[in-house]
Ligand binder design. Structure first.
Ligand SMILES: Cc1cc2nc3c(=O)[nH]c(=O)nc-3n(C[C@H](O)[C@H](O)[C@H](O)COP(=O)(O)OP(=O)(O)OC[C@H]3O[C@@H](n4cnc5c(N)ncnc54)[C@H](O)[C@@H]3O)c2cc1C
Length: 457
């Protein structure tokens, strides 16, 4: 039986560990935290909403345990404008199948215990380079799924695949409970509420299931440096972060202020602030002895949280790596094989990175065209309009980046999408623009912009 070591008990490492164990490998998981540590004194790595194509892998492995109690995310409700004082348009889209955002601390604790029960070895140990040497010497393959921890530095930046050399947003997350699980202005579905302020950054609220099994919300703020969203740097605890979140929402997203006013923190550790550079790293890490180890999940590739793609990406990477390990049979897991494995992942899933980066950048002309055409979507159950179909495609792109990512970067493709959905391009663009003008006049007259598109209005 081939021996495989996995370092890190996050989402990516544990999925790979379970999948390999189920294929009969001798698996050892090294974690710097016990299950109790995860439950009592850890912070969540992120919101980690998983869309259906990722949940499918968890279901195959028998690891999706919380779908009955957790709030189901059904779509996206987007408000888009140049800044918080001017809303240009809305997009209300539905997913084909719901997503779940489960507290990664609950997952890690549960999945570690399950792994232990499946006759894998679970060792509580923080590995440094010397420790990794020891582990790599005793295993046929060592996979490092240690998130963005120190050990990530073993894997150099892949400059051909990385777009950025510095952080793109200043981040804050605070996870809260005690407030309604839908929005008064669109109570017919439970979406991610997404606020895009082109010059200031983004703020979004994601239905989340806490380690205390509470139906909750993860409030995420993505500030452009120095913007009014960039106000979390000095926060020292969850109470301060939540107070700051409410203050920012009162000013920037007043449509959600009443909704959030009574929110309480899920627990004292359910918050984050900071920033990191979105980048792809080389999958091969070389130890001083010359032995090689393989990066997985955030260690291999960090995505900005803007598109909710990091955990989804790690999930897909784990699936491809396991497939490649199984195919390899008894042959060595050498550096060439590691690179070929990552190339296979990249060939299948590079559009995830492309889509996520698209959201970090100013909207392309092609993107504007599609956003304008869909304006009027409502996400109501009986809305089968072309506006809705296009908004649904935009939403589905979070689950499957092949749906629209390329159209965002190619005006011809964007026009072809609009024409397919509406039967023409000029008609929907004229209607969308007319609705935008109406909304602008409304706001000039001092009335609030509408939060739900008005077909024909
Ligand atoms: C604000 C925010 C919101 C997000 N929202 C989403 C979202 O909605 N959807 C989505 O898909 N992604 C989202 N992400 C990204 C997502 O949370 C991460 O991509 C994902 O959790 C990373 O999983 P991982 O297993 O690669 O790493 P981690 O979760 O970081 O796990 C690594 C584990 O390794 C352990 N470890 C580290 N070093 C060592 C060592 N030396 N020895 C032993 N153990 C070690 C760590 O303690 C940790 O438990 C978000 C991120 C942020 C910051």
């Amino acid at each position: 039986m081939r021996r495989i070591a996995i370092v890190g008990a996050g989402q990516a490492g544990l999925l790979a560990a379970h999948a390999l164990r189920q294929h009969g490998y001798d698996v050892t998981l090294y974690s710097d935290r016990t299950p109790d540590d995860f439950l009592s004194n850890a912070r969540p790595t992120g919101t980690a909403a998983r869309f259906d194509s990722s949940l499918a892998f968890e279901r195959e492995l028998g690891l999706e345990r919380w779908g009955e109690g957790a709030p189901r995310g059904e779509g996206i409700h987007l408000t888009f404008g140049p800044n918080n004082r001017n809303q240009l348009l809305t997009l209300l889209g539905r997913f084909q199948r719901y997503f779940l955002a489960i507290d990664v601390r609950l997952q890690s604790a549960t999945w570690m215990r399950d792994l232990d029960a499946s006759n894998a070895t679970v060792e509580i140990r923080q590995l440094d380079v010397a420790g990794l040497e020891d582990v790599a010497a005793r295993h046929d393959l060592t996979i490092v799924a240690a998130g963005r921890g120190e050990i990530m530095k073993l894997f150099p930046r892949d400059s051909a695949r990385s777009r950025y050399t510095k952080p793109q947003r200043i981040l804050a997350m605070v996870n809260v409970t005690g407030i309604p699980m839908t929005f008064g202005y669109a109570p017919w579905y439970r979406p991610v509420k997404f606020n895009f302020f082109a010059t200031q950054g983004e703020a979004f609220w994601v239905p989340w299931f806490s380690k205390g099994l509470q139906q909750s919300w993860s409030l995420v703020f993505e500030a452009k440096e120095g913007s009014p969203l960039d106000r979390f740097r000095e926060c020292r605890d969850v109470e301060e972060a939540l107070a700051r979140a409410k203050e920012v929402m009162r000013e920037m997203t007043p449509w959600d202020y009443d909704w959030v006013r009574g929110a309480e923190p899920c627990d004292e550790h359910a918050w984050l602030t900071g920033s990191f550079t979105p980048e792809v790293r080389e999958v091969v890490g070389t130890l001083p002895s010359g032995r090689t180890v393989m990066a997985l999940g955030d260690t291999a590739q960090s995505l900005d949280p803007i598109g909710g793609q990091g955990a989804n990406n790690g999930n897909k990477m784990a699936r491809v790596f396991v497939e490649s390990i199984v195919e390899r049979g008894e042959q060595p897991f050498d550096a060439d094989w590691m690179r070929a494995t990552f190339d296979r992942f990249w060939a299948r899933h590079h559009l995830i990175d492309a889509f996520n980066n698209t959201l970090l950048e100013p909207v392309t002309k092609a993107g504007q065209l599609m956003l304008i055409a869909q304006y009027g979507s409502t996400a109501r159950p009986d809305d089968h309009s072309p506006e809705e179909r296009l908004a649904d495609m935009f939403t589905e792109n979070f689950n499957d980046a092949t749906v629209l990512t390329e159209a965002f970067h190619d005006e011809r493709k964007a026009r072809a999408v609009v024409s397919d959905v509406f039967g023409s391009v000029s008609g929907p663009l004229m209607r969308g623009r007319a609705r935008i003008v109406k909304g602008q006049v409304r706001q000039r007259l001092g009335r609030p912009a509408k939060l739900v598109g008005m077909p024909g209005g």
